[in-house]
Write a new protein. Structure first.
Length: 118
């Protein structure tokens, strides 16, 4: 997991806040029907995780509870090479692991074409 500390604030009247931003490790699998992403997001409950698909870019983020002087979050984005069917997307979080299933759009799924002898 990659970690970066960023200083900044969300409004001009507050003092700077240090953010500890992690880029979670993600395993990506593919078969003919779907892409499967499995991300390590320890310490994060499902209600604090956001998954968005905008065009061909999948974003995942999560904000964790403040840890002392740092606000901690996870951020990761992926540019998808295959079209995704928005009705075939699901995400599940369990025991610090986020599983995202992205069903491929039907027109772009591989199809085997049988060749007949003439």
């Amino acid at each position: 997991m990659t970690k970066a500390i960023v200083k900044g604030s969300t409004d001009s009247n507050s003092k700077d806040t240090a953010w500890c931003v992690y880029s979670p490790d993600v395993d990506v699998y593919e078969n003919d029907q779907e892409l499967l992403l499995v991300a390590d997001v320890p310490g994060t409950s499902a209600d604090r995780i956001t998954v968005n698909l905008a065009g061909s870019v999948l974003s995942l983020s999560a904000d964790l509870a403040d840890e002392g002087e740092y606000k901690t979050s996870y951020r990761r984005q992926f540019k998808l090479a295959v079209p995704i069917d928005p009705d075939k997307i699901s995400a599940e979080s369990k025991a610090g692991e986020l599983t995202i299933r992205l069903g491929k759009a039907g027109a772009h799924s591989p199809k085997r074409i049988d060749v007949r002898a003439a």
